[in-house]
Design a protein around this ligand. Structure first.
Ligand code: GDP
Ligand code: ZN
Length: 496
């Protein structure tokens, strides 16, 4: 990897703004020690990997006594030599009591002595530019800091350990070997011998592609873990959408009333479902309305569920299925849906001896019986009934009132979210940039394979293979443009 080491020294307050138990000022670069030392009174010289007690000096002349400058704070100073530091540069960390005024003083004095204020993520960027970590690991640092759930943190930690680069390594090695082999063949071309046959090239491209396919597919899961998913709760007025929303949020957030049509605006809340962040949207009841404000709410609901990753369709278990519900079920056929039969507590009261499953079974049978005497003209309707029946058989019985069935509902949502994409392998793609570089690699390999089947000269195949390699290298940052790098690191926090 190219060593694009910086020559200046950067400084930042690495702890979050405001008061704290501890506040850390961090310096990185060739002059880190030279800039930090005069700000401090330290008995023993700094040594790699060792913490030193130090006093932070107050530069105010009037506070000088016979012993020299007075101390404004006490600190623990740690030094890491370039050979083994986070940034691969000399790194000094001054951990003071977390007083913003003292930290600001340290920062200002370091700037006066020639340090430059660090850009967001610049410490990590330096670790990347020196080649100590690759771009996926740098992104993992950010993801780890941004993690909202422990599960997200675990996935980021795995990537920080280099799992993604390790996972693509075999494919990359095979690709480089293939390129080298064909390259050798082109060099000997005047001898009129193909060093490598097209059939051989094809099968080797196929090997590389097969290795990358599951990596590319891992984005389906990685994206959900990283970005979370949007789940819209839809259904007729009064079926219990808001009550269910509250159950899932486990807080009294949405206003629950028994007058239909009160949720006029979308109510959203971010919850964690087994560590996956979920944007939960409570929508207005779907029905025709003459009330302008309510009609607007309904319109918003339609937009919300059109865009949602998963739609939770709530039906009232005590009521006959309405035409609008039928339409909704038909419209959402093929989408990721969870059908919920709410208010099961009312049914349980009537049929106290039966389990939820049995009630559900009875409901489905009842539907089937209702259908047994349909005429031929009604067949299209029957088809729709069967669709409804099938969906209902998968419905999750719950009671938003008692909380019964909610755990099972959470599990249904979760298994739908994870789908078949969870390959259980470490090293998944977690952001669009990573996915794009692997997808572009696979596309280039496909183009190369296409050329190989058409007896196109090897030079042309090579163009696609080189492009595949370049795209794969972009994943780990080796061929990522400075613009894109700056874009990535600007999303970090200051001081990291
Ligand atoms: P929304 O219009 O679909 O959002 O429905 P709400 O959540 O506002 O609930 C409408 C009415 O149904 C309220 O009176 C709720 O108390 C009641 N309700 C909601 N869920 C249940 C349930 O599981 N069991 C019973 N018995 N009543 C419920
Ligand atoms: Zn509501």
């Amino acid at each position: 990897t190219a060593d694009r080491r910086a020559t200046d020294t950067i400084v930042a307050i690495s702890t979050p703004p405001g008061r704290g138990g501890i506040g850390i000022v961090r310096l990185s670069g060739p002059d880190a020690v030279a800039i930090a030392t005069p700000l401090l009174r330290i008995k023993n010289p700094l040594a790699h990997g060792q913490a030193r007690f130090a006093e932070i000096l107050d530069p105010d002349q009037s506070s000088y006594s016979s012993e020299g400058a007075k101390a404004i704070d006490q600190a623990i100073v740690t030094f890491f030599a370039a050979s083994n530091s986070y940034t691969s540069e000399d790194l000094v960390e001054i951990a003071a009591h977390g007083s913003p005024v003292v930290l600001d003083l340290l920062l200002r004095r370091a700037l006066e002595r020639g340090a430059r204020l660090a850009e967001p993520g610049e410490f990590t960027q330096r670790a990347f530019l020196s080649g100590r970590i690759d771009l996926t690991q740098a992104e993992a640092v950010r993801d780890l800091i941004d993690a909202q759930t422990l599960y997200q943190a675990r996935v980021a930690a795995d990537q920080l350990g280099g799992s993604l680069a390790r996972r693509i390594q075999p494919a990359k090695a095979a690709l480089i070997t293939l390129i080298a082999t064909i390259e050798a063949g082109i060099d000997f071309a005047e001898d009129d011998i193909d060093v490598i046959l097209n059939s051989e090239i094809l099968s080797r491209i196929e090997t590389v592609r097969t290795q990358l396919t599951p990596v590319e597919a891992s984005f389906a899961q990685g994206r959900i873990i990283h970005d979370g998913l949007t789940l819209a709760i839809v259904g007729q007025p009064n079926v219990g959408k808001s009550s269910l929303f509250n159950r899932l949020v486990e807080r009294e957030r949405a206003i629950v009333t028994s007058t239909p049509g009160t949720t006029r605006d979308l109510v959203t809340e971010r919850v964690s479902l087994n560590g996956i962040p979920v944007n939960l949207i409570d929508t207005a009841g779907l029905r025709e309305s003459t009330d302008e404000a309510e009609a607007l709410g309904i319109q918003k609901s339609r937009e919300a569920y059109a865009e949602a990753d998963i739609v939770l369709i709530v039906l009232d278990a005590t009521a006959r299925i309405a035409d609008q519900e039928r339409e909704l079920l038909a419209a959402l056929n093929g989408r990721q849906i969870v059908v919920v039969l709410n208010k099961m507590d009312l049914i349980s009261e009537a049929l106290a001896l039966h389990s939820d499953d049995e009630i559900l079974y009875r409901r489905v049978i009842a539907w089937g019986e209702e259908l047994s005497n349909v005429s031929k003209e009604e067949l299209p309707v029957l088809a729709e009934e069967l669709l409804v029946k099938e969906i209902l058989a998968l419905a999750v019985p719950v009671s938003a009132k008692t909380g019964q069935g909610i755990t099972r509902l959470r599990q249904s949502i979760l298994s739908l979210a994870q789908g078949s994409s969870a390959d259980g392998q470490s090293g998944m793609l977690t952001n669009l940039r990573q996915h794009q570089s692997v997808a572009a690699t696979v596309a280039s390999l496909q183009a190369a394979a296409q050329s190989a089947t058409q007896q196109i000269p090897h030079e042309m195949i090579m163009l696609d293979l080189y492009s595949a390699l370049r795209n794969l290298d972009a994943l780990t940052g080796q061929t990522t443009s400075d613009d894109i790098l700056n874009q990535i690191f600007s999303t970090f926090c200051i001081g990291k």
